[in-house]
Design a protein around this ligand. Structure first.
Ligand code: KG4
Ligand code: ZN
Length: 367
């Protein structure tokens, strides 16, 4: 990555802010992320005129718990957020060598996500804010993903953002922090959701995304000609459910009950062909949108952007068509609290805070 000077892929774990452009001095923030199946706490500190550090970024993943069910069980998720959150806050403070009293503001994801999970994290952050008399900031999970490619930047430049996660596939025009315009989104399944559902069909463990990527390396992506839905349509929307169904019909056509497809080579070829279709759709539609809206920089974020084959396809396409590329550091692609803390820091330094009765919104939109 980053072999070509036109392509910028950021992977440094530090946040650098342009303090000359911001209004408030040094701040230390603690943020909680609990919108789905990761309980996460992060502490970041912005120092005047110097790089802002991520002092702690703790994640307690529930993937193993949900794996036996083949997907996230909301009741299990919220129960475990409430069990894991307090020790995780203490662990974050410990790593940061700070006390609760040292924190200047508390933030939490308030949407979108699972209602009962969002409530656990946001209530905890509000309680901390209330007990210490410090401000609370309600943060949109999608804004966390959206800003994550810029943690090593001094600013958030105008760009085209593609957020590809388990719950969302969104194309947005970004003019700067807080200035977002939706250009397109999925009309059915999100890209990560399609990975997870196809992974399940192929008998791979949950979540399917990383598993499909792994086994696809052994396969031939030209084996099956799956549809590239909406690739050539004039709008910027996506659709992945037809692709998912095409994989199902192909599996049925192979004449074996799904559970007994033991042939690793077939699973690898199906995975590689499915992944190739997803990548062609994502890259093709993103490049077209960037061209149409005259944006020179493309930023990738969300769990699916961890996929190396996808990143390499974007690097090649951006090089070919003359776009710059910013990708979230790997640790910030899947759900984490550092991206929420970073979004909160930008907002807090800009003078914002949220009321303590700010509600959660499972369907919160970004634009
Ligand atoms: O951003 P994220 O952690 O959660 C949401 O906000 O949805 O994304 C999780 C999604 C899952 O669907 C997972 O299968 C997918 O990201 N994912 C991947 C890879 N790693 C995670 N998809 C494709 N390739 C990967 N390497
Ligand atoms: Zn997410």
């Amino acid at each position: 990555m980053g072999r070509d000077s036109e392509i910028r892929v950021h992977s440094r774990p530090f946040v650098v802010l342009d303090f000359a452009r911001l209004r408030l001095p040094v701040k230390t923030l603690l943020a909680i992320e609990s919108s789905c199946d990761e309980t996460a706490v992060s502490i970041v500190r912005g120092e005047d005129g110097a790089p802002t550090e991520i002092l702690a970024s703790e994640i307690s993943s529930q993937i193993e718990l949900h794996r036996v069910h083949g997907g996230v069980v909301p009741e299990l998720a919220s129960r475990n957020h409430s069990l894991r959150l307090r020790p995780l806050v203490e662990q974050a403070l410990d790593h940061a060598k700070l006390k609760v009293a040292d924190i200047d503001a508390f933030a939490a994801t308030t949407g979108p996500g699972l209602a009962s999970s969002l409530l656990i994290g946001s209530t905890a952050a509000k309680a901390l804010a209330c007990a210490t008399g410090k401000p609370f900031l309600a943060i949109n999970h999608l804004e966390g993903h959206l800003l994550s490619p810029f943690v090593a930047e001094t600013r958030v430049p105008p760009h085209l953002a593609l957020i590809v996660s388990g719950g969302h596939t969104l194309l947005l025009e970004v003019k700067g922090p807080g200035q977002y315009r939706k250009l397109g989104g999925t009309r059915d399944d999100a890209a990560g959701e399609a990975y997870d559902k196809v992974g399940k069909m192929l008998g791979l463990p949950y979540p399917g995304g990383p598993e499909i990527e792994k086994i696809a390396h052994e396969g031939d992506p030209s084996t099956f000609d799956f549809p590239r839905s909406m690739l050539h349509d004039p709008h910027h929307d996506f659709s992945f459910s037809g692709l998912k169904t095409a994989v199902l019909y192909t599996l049925q056509g192979l004449g074996e009950p799904l559970e007994v497809i033991q042939d690793r080579r077939t699973v690898a070829n199906l995975s590689a062909s499915f992944q190739q279709a997803v990548i062609e759709i994502l890259v093709g539609k993103t490049i077209k949108a960037a061209r149409r809206h005259g944006l020179k920089l493309i930023a990738l974020s969300g769990g699916v952007s961890l996929n190396r084959t996808l990143r390499e396809a974007f690097e090649a396409a951006c090089r070919k068509h003359g776009f710059r590329l910013a990708v979230a550091p790997p640790a910030m692609c899947t759900d984490n609290a550092a991206m929420i803390a970073f979004a909160a820091l930008l907002r807090h330094l800009g003078g914002e805070s949220s009321p303590l009765d700010a509600d959660i919104d499972p369907n919160l939109r970004l634009a």
